[in-house]
Design a protein around this ligand. Structure first.
Ligand SMILES: NC(=O)c1ccc[n+]([C@@H]2O[C@H](COP(=O)([O-])OP(=O)(O)OC[C@H]3O[C@@H](n4cnc5c(N)ncnc54)[C@H](OP(=O)(O)O)[C@@H]3O)[C@@H](O)[C@H]2O)c1
Length: 241
């Protein structure tokens, strides 16, 4: 039976490229999505046409605990096993002080912190049995502060704390690490001006935006790094220096 990985938010962008990369290494993939059903189905069809029964899609709004529970059930229905989890899905938007409601708190905390923790709790026995790994995707701005994003960054900061404490708690059989991306892709629905892009690139010592491949390479490294746990790997072209 092939090893199985659940990647959340895997229909598009960085999650999709991670899914394709683990697929090319022989993994079976559970492609989680929320709204991007068409893209998730197309990705699963591509994988299943190359290797039958290698991929399955699973919808869940990660803000909702019942949907997280259904995602767990569906994931385990794939091969009755799970070997790895990448908590990649994320809600991202600004919450300037004086403007937000509890709804924003629940959305940003739900996808970025609460769901990752409950997914880990639900899968930890299976992951332990299979000597699996967990990768949480955070953000370098946790240590730099991004104006107007206090709730999002509090959630990602919590995810980094979980990474370290659970790495200790779940050792020696489960490794838990995080990838903290810098400026990789424009946020969905954002259209940066050339001047904005230039300002971002100028603040990066390696003088370019990142690409999906930069995060994929880090995920593959962490999947294979058998003596690494509890680490936050900044993939940011040196921006955090
Ligand atoms: N892009 C960057 O430059 C950058 C920088 C720093 C950190 N990161 C982190 O890197 C990871 C990937 O980045 P990205 O830009 O590729 O992410 P993204 O496109 O912003 O989001 C990934 C997916 O998350 C899913 N998602 C959002 N809210 C959800 C919810 N409530 N329930 C379930 N799924 C939900 C969406 O799925 P559907 O489309 O199916 O709805 C979306 O496609 C994220 O964790 C992000 O925070 C990225």
């Amino acid at each position: 039976m092939n090893k199985t990985i659940l990647i959340t938010g895997a229909a598009k962008r960085i999650g999709k490229e991670m899914a394709l990369s683990f697929f090319s290494k022989g993994w079976d993939i559970v492609i989680h999505y929320n709204g991007s059903e068409v893209e998730a189905e197309a990705l699963a069809d591509k994988m299943n046409s190359e290797r039958s029964n290698s991929a399955m899609i699973a919808q869940a709004n990660l803000e909702n605990a019942n949907e997280v529970a259904k995602l767990v059930e569906k994931t385990l229905s794939k091969n009755s096993r799970i070997d790895a989890l990448i908590n990649n899905a994320s809600t991202f938007y600004p919450t300037p002080i004086g403007t937000f409601s509890e709804e924003s708190w629940n959305a940003l905390m739900g996808s970025n912190l609460k769901a990752p923790l409950f997914l880990i709790q639900s899968f930890h026995k299976e992951l332990e049995k299979n000597k699996g790994f967990i990768i949480n995707v955070t953000d370098i701005n946790v240590d730099r502060a991004l104006v107007n994003h206090s709730i999002y960054l509090a959630a990602k900061s919590g995810l980094q704390t979980l990474t370290k404490s659970l790495a200790k708690e779940l050792a020696p059989n489960i490794r838990v690490n995080a990838i903290a991306p810098g400026a990789i892709l424009e946020p969905p629905n954002a259209e940066w001006t050339t001047e904005q892009k230039n300002n971002i690139v100028n603040a990066v010592p390696l003088k370019r935006m990142g690409a999906e491949k930069d995060i994929v390479d880090a995920a593959i490294y962490l999947s294979e790094a058998e003596y690494v746990t509890g680490q936050i790997l900044n993939i940011d072209g040196g921006k955090s220096l």
